[in-house]
Design a protein around this ligand. Structure first.
Ligand SMILES: [Zn+2]
Length: 87
């Protein structure tokens, strides 16, 4: 345990990971989330999944629709992780 982990808990980090990815956070907030991600494997995993979904959405916009089953699999994975860590 250290000060950084106490400042930003997992539920806050997970809620803000979307804003973090979208670049909507203030620099100080970004730093807090980045510090949390650096120390927390669970949140980093969530961040990786979100990055994957964003890349997939981007690709599907540039070309054709993403395969529905692939999208469904990723969304399902995210949901199960959120249930596990937010509960
Ligand atoms: Zn965390």
């Amino acid at each position: 345990m250290n000060a950084e982990l106490n400042e930003t808990d997992c539920s806050e980090a997970l809620h803000r990971v979307f804003e973090y990815l979208d670049g909507e956070l203030e620099p100080a907030e970004r730093a807090k989330i980045a510090a949390h991600l650096a120390h927390c494997a669970a949140c980093l995993q969530q961040y990786d999944l979100d990055t994957m979904v964003k890349a997939l959405v981007k690709r599907s916009c540039a070309q054709e629709a993403a395969p529905a089953h692939l999208r469904g699999m990723i969304v399902q994975q995210i949901t199960s992780i959120e249930v596990r860590y937010l509960d």
